[in-house]
Write a protein that binds this ligand. Structure first.
Ligand code: FUL
Length: 477
């Protein structure tokens, strides 16, 4: 028996010396399955709609009469169809914004659609949108403002109970949801049931007692990604322009991100290579200057939206693009036009992967199943280097020269984010010429080249990595 064991061990040693066919060990921080699904969505809609739409404001004070909420032509299917046609994969609705008005007939307040003229008080915007999302295969998400300028108990323990009851009510009646969005805005003054005063919570981070809210979410909607200032599954990218930094880790340490309730902007922007939690950046941005509809404002152009796509989806995070229904409850026609033109631009640009008919080679690979070919769009496969190899080159060769504008690189993030530095080069006779370079990659990195480049050979150099390389995909457009 002893002999057999030593024989088997010796055999295993020879095989491993030839190549490793086991996957590389995961990094210490990796995404949860719900976060991997979220990354794959890449882009989804925000919908800002409430009493502000009818008062022409961005932040309601909290004393607005529910009578003001009166969309004349709201149609949840039409709204979701716009989202779907724009190739947005989900929709997060402002169930309650800072003014406290609830778009569903909550049993915990009278300040809701049930006291509005909409459908004679029988309407339920949250319910109608959630149902339309399910009908059209769009994932549904909820924004529920923690700050509530209407509620008389805001700032006390009683309000927290109200808030948690609403989270439970929403998830029970309209879940499961793919994301819950807990806005960090806490402005101070408000109506507060008639008190008309300034109420500051010492530290939003501590007051709301997020772990208790998150427990409710885990219980009722385990697949939900939580966007919040505490224990985030996804974090703010530090601006509302749709720009994730070029240097961006998906990892972050929550206690340092929001220290004492204050946003740590550099950490939100860059994440932390040694962060303790997978908390990738999400870029929230509105198609218009404001979040809510204002007749005086115009939507961004398709070109502006395309740039936003490159700086969000193209930088390892997701794009949360906000739409603003007008007083009819419809997405304004010019916004729909911009969205569809944007979708066409993205589709046209990234339709034909020029690397599909190229030959891939790598400087070294881990072994069977982790070869160069794994990067050519093979589902779930990835190129990996041996345990002690943290650099490597990918060569892409064409029979005839191609002209390219974009290089796309993806890491196999299930095993963690690793790449620290890379460069893209083209062959120029006997020389290699650098055409792009970067630091982090993450789920997906799109590198726009300054000018279109014509070449028949490309080299992507991974110059530094936190562990063996695990590259899921390289594509060229
Ligand atoms: C901010 C809010 O104050 C804005 O009104 C908007 O909802 C935006 C998405 O988040 O913090």
């Amino acid at each position: 028996m002893k002999h057999i064991i030593s024989y088997l061990l010796a055999f295993a040693f020879v095989v491993s010396a030839m190549g490793q066919d086991n996957p590389p060990a995961p990094m210490s921080v990796v995404p949860q399955p719900r976060q991997i699904e979220w990354h794959k969505m890449e882009q989804y809609a925000f919908v800002h709609f409430t009493i502000n739409t009818f008062t022409d404001r961005e932040w309601g004070y909290g004393d607005e009469s529910p009578e003001l909420f009166n969309p004349t032509d709201f149609d949840a299917d039409a709204l979701v169809k716009v989202v779907k046609d724009a190739n947005l994969k989900g929709l997060i609705l402002t169930a309650k914004h800072h003014d406290g008005f609830c778009l569903w007939p909550s049993e915990y307040t009278e300040h809701s659609v049930k006291n509005s003229p909409y459908k004679g008080g029988q309407g339920d915007i949250v319910g109608e949108v959630a149902a339309a999302c399910r009908r059209h295969g769009i994932k549904f998400g909820i924004y529920l403002s923690p700050w509530d300028r209407n509620h008389s108990d805001y700032g006390t323990e009683a309000y927290l109970e109200y808030y948690r009851n609403q989270v439970r009510e929403l998830l029970t009646n309209y879940g499961p949801v793919f994301e819950m969005w807990f806005d960090g805005a806490n402005g101070g003054d408000g109506y507060y049931g008639g008190a008309n005063e300034v109420r500051r919570v010492a530290s939003g981070y501590l007051y709301y007692d997020w772990p208790k809210v998150i427990d409710i979410i885990r219980e009722l909607s385990p697949e939900c990604v939580v966007w919040s200032s505490s224990l985030p599954d996804a974090r703010w990218c530090s601006n509302e322009r749709g720009v994730i930094d070029e240097h961006c880790w998906a990892m972050a340490t929550p206690e340092e991100l929001y220290r004492d309730g204050v946003d740590n902007m550099p950490l939100l922007r860059h994440g932390q290579e040694d962060g303790t939690r997978w908390a990738p950046a999400e870029a929230d941005v509105s198609i218009r200057p404001g979040w809510f509809y204002h007749a005086s404002e115009q939507p961004k152009s398709a070109e502006e939206l395309f740039d936003i796509y490159l700086t969000s989806v193209g930088r390892g995070g997701t794009l949360l693009l906000s739409l603003a229904p007008d007083r009819r409850g419809r997405i304004p026609e010019q916004d729909v036009e911009a969205l569809m033109a944007w979708r066409t631009m993205v589709d046209d640009t990234f339709r034909n992967d020029l690397s599909a008919d190229a030959t891939f080679a790598v400087s070294s690979s881990r072994g069977d199943g982790y070869e160069a070919v794994a990067m050519q769009g093979v589902d779930e496969a990835y190129w990996a280097t041996a345990d002690d190899v943290t650099t490597g080159d990918v060569y892409i060769r064409w029979d005839a020269p191609i002209t390219m504008r974009y290089v796309v690189i993806q890491e196999h993030i299930a095993l963690g984010q690793r790449v620290r530095r890379f460069a893209v080069e083209t062959r120029d006779g006997d020389e290699w010429r650098q055409v792009a370079a970067g630091t982090t990659v993450g789920y997906k990195r799109i590198l726009p080249l300054d000018d279109a480049v014509t070449t028949s050979e490309l080299r992507i150099r991974f110059l530094d990595s936190r562990g063996p390389l695990t590259i899921a995909r390289v594509a060229v457009y």
